[in-house]
Design a protein around this ligand. Structure first.
Ligand code: PHE
Length: 462
């Protein structure tokens, strides 16, 4: 297999694909909940600062690392470091992380698809039943939903970078945006909606403390799909003519914009359902919010807009989340896929087949760790609780390893690849003389305090 490396067809195609990766469940529910709990406008401000000051430079480093080497993360570390063993470990971690997070994300996507199916078929009352979620995640119907999700993801990935990933993003991202705007408009017409908006936006700086700052950075890092090798891999599919700084800005802006707008959908919905929400009681986890609280809210809409109206709103919402989840899932599976294709020199089809088998196996195990199997449910105990396989993946990879991967990329750029080569890569595709402020800032920040901050975050979660 020495076929030429595939590429995105245009700058827009790449930006939509990268934004498709970035916009996910984290934006639609994780961000609004985090902002509402942690000081509203004050959190938004800190979050935006982190996106600009820390995440954008890391994003540019990942993309240029990928484009320069034309490789997946493992191949990229290997090729610049000349197969240095130490850096090979970083590369392996750069491929293992997305693989494990993909399993975790697949489980959630399967649930979302199941809820979408139930909403479309008018089962709102069942979805809103407090016992529903617990029963649903241990039910056999999950396997059917899993087959559908694997099939959709598989078809997109099998079709390749341009015909699959890019084309899906070109359809799903605009649709997602339209759905989101429609839902925001509708939600803002509900009673008491504007107290939700106020709660979301009015800054409360007294809430800001060390752990809120940490949460804002982790949320920004996760939301922009950093530390997962995705932007390294997607970066290897863009042309030298593309301006990396400019593309990074657009991706970050889209991602942050969608997160911000999602807050205008979620918070008013919660407040119109329960005007008595007290800020401190808003202790929803994202999972609880999507699968328990929101279905209750949808059911309550029946009184105003009837059974069909309420089912339609619920269906649009789950469709929105499903679109967001699919484009993220595709991007994260593409990383180990590229690594297998590059490393083992096999075709896309073969590589995806191997991965599908492995992932389905792990997804089933992870799903079963919710009670279908006792052994898997109480697998480990730490932090004073019994943890399922799902929790373990979340705690280890998602929470701890992401900042570590970001840190490793920074250290690699500084010590092995060297700033001068990084700069050269960024200069490609720049219009002449347009070495703007962002580039100059990023070069300084990446070799000074960004690695220090990422190291602190990593040590803090360990
Ligand atoms: N950025 C995504 C989100 O906010 C996270 C993600 C991307 C997760 C890709 C998995 C794969 O939900």
């Amino acid at each position: 297999m020495s076929a030429e490396r595939e590429h995105f067809s245009s700058k827009l195609g790449f930006i939509l694909a990268a934004a498709g990766s970035a916009v996910g469940i984290g934006n639609l529910v994780g961000f609004p909940v985090a902002a509402a709990k942690n000081g509203g406008g004050a959190f938004l401000f800190i979050y935006a600062m982190f996106v600009i000051l820390i995440c954008l430079p890391v994003m540019m480093a990942e993309m240029s690392f990928g484009r320069h080497t034309n490789k997946d993360p493992l191949g990229a570390y290997n090729s610049i470091s000349n197969n240095d063993k130490k850096w090979k470990l970083a590369g392996l971690l750069g491929v293992l992380t997305p693989f494990m997070i993909a399993v975790f994300y697949m489980v959630i996507t399967v649930w979302i698809f199941g809820y979408l199916y139930n909403a479309v078929t008018g089962n709102l009352a069942a979805l809103a039943d407090p016992k529903m979620f617990g029963e649903f995640i241990t039910s056999n119907s999950l396997f059917v939903y899993m087959i559908v999700v694997v099939a959709i993801t598989g078809v997109i990935l099998m079709s390749g970078v341009k015909e699959g990933i890019e084309r899906a993003a070109k359809i799903l991202m605009p649709s997602l945006f339209v759905l989101l705007i429609l839902l925001v408009i509708y939600v803002l017409t509900l009673d008491n909606a504007f107290s939700g908006v106020a709660f979301y936006l009015v800054p409360d700086f007294s809430k800001i403390n060390g752990s809120v700052i940490n949460a804002a950075l982790s949320q920004a890092f996760f939301s922009l799909s950093l530390g997962m090798g995705i932007l390294v891999t997607y970066g290897s599919y863009i042309s030298k003519k593309q301006d990396i700084a400019d593309s990074s800005k657009l991706v970050a802006l889209t991602d942050t914009g969608v997160a911000f707008i999602a807050g205008l959908m979620i918070m008013p919905a919660i407040f119109s359902f329960n005007p008595m929400v007290e800020p401190d009681k808003l202790n929803e986890s994202s999972i609880n919010l999507i699968f328990v609280l929101l279905p209750k809210i949808f059911l309550s809409l029946q009184m105003d807009i009837g059974y069909f109206g309420a089912s339609a709103i619920a269906s649009l919402f789950f469709l929105l989340v499903f679109f967001a989840a699919i484009t993220s899932l595709v991007s994260i599976i593409e990383v180990p896929n590229a690594a297998v294709m590059d490393g083992m020199k096999v075709s896309r089809k073969k590589s995806l087949t191997y991965l599908a088998i492995l992932m389905v196996f792990l997804t089933v195990l992870t799903s079963m760790s919710f009670g279908m199997s006792d052994t898997l449910t109480g697998l480990t105990h730490y932090a004073g609780a019994s943890k399922s396989l799902f929790d373990v993946i979340y705690d280890v990879f998602y929470d701890t390893i992401l900042p570590l991967n970001g840190l490793l990329i920074c250290l690699f750029v500084i010590s092995r690849w060297k700033m001068i080569n990084f700069k050269k890569e960024l200069d490609e595709g720049l219009e002449k003389g347009k070495h703007g402020f962002l580039l100059r800032y990023s070069e300084i920040a990446l070799k000074t305090y960004i690695p220090m901050i990422l190291a602190l975050v990593f040590l803090n979660t360990v």
